[in-house]
Structures are given as structure tokens and as C-alpha cells.
Design a protein around this ligand. Structure first.
Ligand code: IPM
Ligand code: MG
Length: 355
């Protein structure tokens, strides 16, 4: 198992260190044969090499079977030219490796129902999988830029563009995922306003003929935003484009208690993947040792499941996380009155012990 670790910026290094500790603990017990290499991405790479995705990082990522990433970005690099912002490192890696399928599960550990900002009876039983298209849409569409109009005013512009084959391949990933779950798929678009989304709805709708056992619905993105906080249990698998998926996955995260809990997988056609927690670099708490490492740890579990086809090892990690939560251990982001928070390292150690 050749794994490239890219700790990145902010809390990234702190949480990936715990995920690695957990992977090594699983390796000792189950003989996975993991081979870890490290690389630089994002702000850390800009500081060392002047670019967010240095060539050696890309070469190592291509040579690896899977990449485990922390997070990129932070106020230190906000003033830089757009072309070398830390986020470009991550976006460049997604594009270069063809990681078009982003799986973002929003699963509520029952122990955390009281940690959600929503009422426990609304979030109880939430188990959603957001399938986000990751290498197309407005994130990569051309033309893009900031230009000066004839009247001297500046104007910014981007292009939301999807072709049929891009919609079809992410649609298939979502239909296949729905088959492994409760066979309900909701496709999210804005077909009432945008032509590109009329095509999206059309192509996803046509795919349904190949999946008669999956119940397909279509919903506008504004309604989904509302339904996610009103009655989230109506959703099983959600499939959507790059931008809507970015936004909805943060909203869905809050159903589960904390965005610090959520893992993600970004896969290519053959199952090679980049795994990262959904949370960002959280510069406000970076270096304080209080970040929640469970999103990173659960990302390592997803890696074992999707790239390395070791569901047994993935389940072992997920069960260990459950036991740690059962024991009442919480990082600060999950805190409810009457409990005391533990730090990042203590949480990682507790998961290793529970393994
Ligand atoms: C995410 C992040 C990224 C995105 C940023 C860091 C480029 O918000 O993975 O959701 O917008 O895709
Ligand atoms: Mg995001």
C-alpha cells in the first residue's frame, strides 16, 4: 500500500499525524504492508518552493496508490497572486490525477446527536452520502478571469460548463453507490435557471433506465439547502456538481455534530484516491493541539475501503471511533455542557487503544 501523505497547512499536520498513527496501529495488527512517503502541498509548498504543487509532489502522487491529505490554505497566503494560492495545489492535484468522484458521507454517530446545532430528533439517524463532481463545472470552466470593461470598471467572470460524458460518469458512481445503500438517489441542480443544469437533469434522468431498482428524484439546490436542515433523513445519496457539492457538503456536515468528524474520498476511474477530512485548515486553532483528528482518521478508513479493498480494516477503525465516542471522549468542537475536552493527540491515542 503505497501512500503519499500531504499534511498541508493549519491543523492539517496535526490531524494527519493522528491518522498515520492509527494506520500504523492497524498495520501492526493486520499486516497491511503500508509504505508511507511525505510531500509538500499548499502554503507549506509555497514557503519551501514558491509553488503550491511542486513537481516532486505531483510525481510522488502519481507513483502512489493513494494520497492522504490534511488541509490547505490560511490567511498568511491570502494576499498572494491567484495563480499560486495554496488552494491551487489541491485543485491541481484533483485535476492532474483525474479525481472526478468526490464521496462525502455525512453520518451521524448516535453518540453525537446532542452535539449537533440542530435538534436531536431532526438529526437522529442521518446517513447521507454526497457524491460531488470534482474536476469540472465552474471550478475549472473557461473562460475565467477579472477584466477591465470599456467603461473602466473591473468585472469578474467564470464559466459553469458540463459535458454529457462528465455528467454520465459521476451519475454512474452515484447510482452504483445508491445500490449499496437504501437505493434512493437525489440529483441536485438549478435547472429552473441554468442551461447547464437542464442538461445535467436530462443526462441523469436518462441514466435511470439502467438502474430501475434505484428511486431517482430531482431537486433544486436552494430547496435541498432547506430540506437538509428541515428533514435530512429523506436523503440517502445526493449527486451534484462541483460548486453545489462544495456548499451542500459543509451544510450536511453540521447535521453530524461537527465538520471535524467528516472524511472524504476523491476517486479516479480506477479507484486510486485522495483522502482528506472535509474540514479546512482552521488557522484560528492551528498549533493549539485541539483540532478533532477523527475526520482525518475516518478518511484513512475510507482509503482502506475504497482504494485498498480492505473493508475489514476500515470497519475496525470506524468501530474504534465509535467506542471512543461511547466512552465519552470529545474534542472541543464536539463539546456539550458537563464534559471536558481532550486534545488532538489524546483523541488519536484513544482510537489506537480502542483498536
Ligand atoms: C473542499 C474545499 C476546497 C473546495 C477548497 C480548499 C479548494 O472547500 O474540499 O470542499 O472548494 O473544493
Ligand atoms: Mg469546501
Amino acid at each position: 500500500m503505497k501512500i503519499l501523505v500531504l499534511p498541508g497547512d493549519g491543523i492539517g499536520p496535526e490531524v494527519t499525524a493522528e491518522a498515520i498513527k492509527v494506520l500504523q496501529a492497524v498495520d501492526r495488527r493486520r499486516g497491511l504492508g503500508i509504505d508511507l512517503k511525505e510531500g509538500l502541498i499548499g502554503g507549506a509548498a509555497i514557503d519551501a518552493h514558491g509553488v503550491p504543487l511542486p513537481d516532486p509532489t505531483l510525481a510522488r502522487a502519481r507513483a502512489a496508490d493513494a494520497v492522504l491529505m490534511g488541509s490547505v490554505g490560511g490567511p498568511r497566503w491570502d494576499a498572494l497572486d491567484r495563480a499560486i494560492r495554496p488552494e491551487k495545489g489541491l485543485l491541481g492535484l484533483r485535476a492532474a490525477l483525474g479525481l472526478f468522484a468526490n464521496l462525502r458521507p455525512a453520518f451521524l454517530y448516535p453518540q453525537l446527536a446532542d452535539a449537533s446545532a440542530l435538534k436531536p430528533d431532526i438529526v437522529a439517524g442521518v446517513d447521507i452520502l454526497i457524491v460531488r463532481e470534482l474536476t469540472g463545472g465552474i471550478y475549472f470552466g473557461e473562460p475565467r478571469g477579472i477584466r477591465i470593461r470599456a467603461d473602466g470598471e473591473r468585472e469578474g467572470f467564470n464559466t459553469e460548463v458540463y459535458c454529457e460524458s462528465e455528467i454520465r460518469r459521476i451519475g454512474r458512481v452515484a447510482f452504483d453507490a445508491a445500490r449499496q445503500r437504501t437505493r434512493r438517489l437525489c440529483s441536485v441542480d438549478k435547472a429552473n435557471v441554468l442551461e447547464v443544469m437542464v442538461l445535467w437533469r436530462d443526462v441523469i434522468g436518462a441514466l435511470a433506465a439502467d438502474y430501475p431498482d434505484v428511486e431517482l428524484s430531482h431537486m433544486y439546490v436552494d430547496n435541498v439547502a432547506m430540506q437538509l436542515v428541515r428533514a435530512p433523513r429523506q436523503f440517502d445519496v445526493i449527486v451534484t456538481g462541483n460548486l453545489f457539492g462544495d456548499i451542500l457538503s459543509d451544510a450536511a456536515a453540521m447535521l453530524t455534530g461537527s465538520i471535524g468528524m467528516l472524511p472524504s474520498a476523491s476517486l479516479d476511474e480506477r479507484g486510486k484516491g485522495l483522502y482528506e477530512p472535509v474540514h479546512g485548515s482552521a488557522p484560528d486553532i492551528a498549533g493549539h493541539g485541539k483540532a478533532n483528528p477523527l475526520g482525518a482518521i475516518l478518511s484513512a478508513a475510507m482509503m482502506l475501503r475504497y482504494t485498498f479493498r480492505r473493508p475489514d480494516a476500515a470497519q475496525a477503525i470506524e468501530a474504534a471511533v465509535g467506542r471512543v465516542l461511547d466512552a465519552g471522549l470529545r474534542t472541543a468542537d464536539l463539546l456539550t455542557p458537563g464534559r471536558e475536552a481532550i486534545g488532538t493527540t489524546a483523541m488519536g491515542d484513544a482510537v489506537c487503544d480502542a483498536l
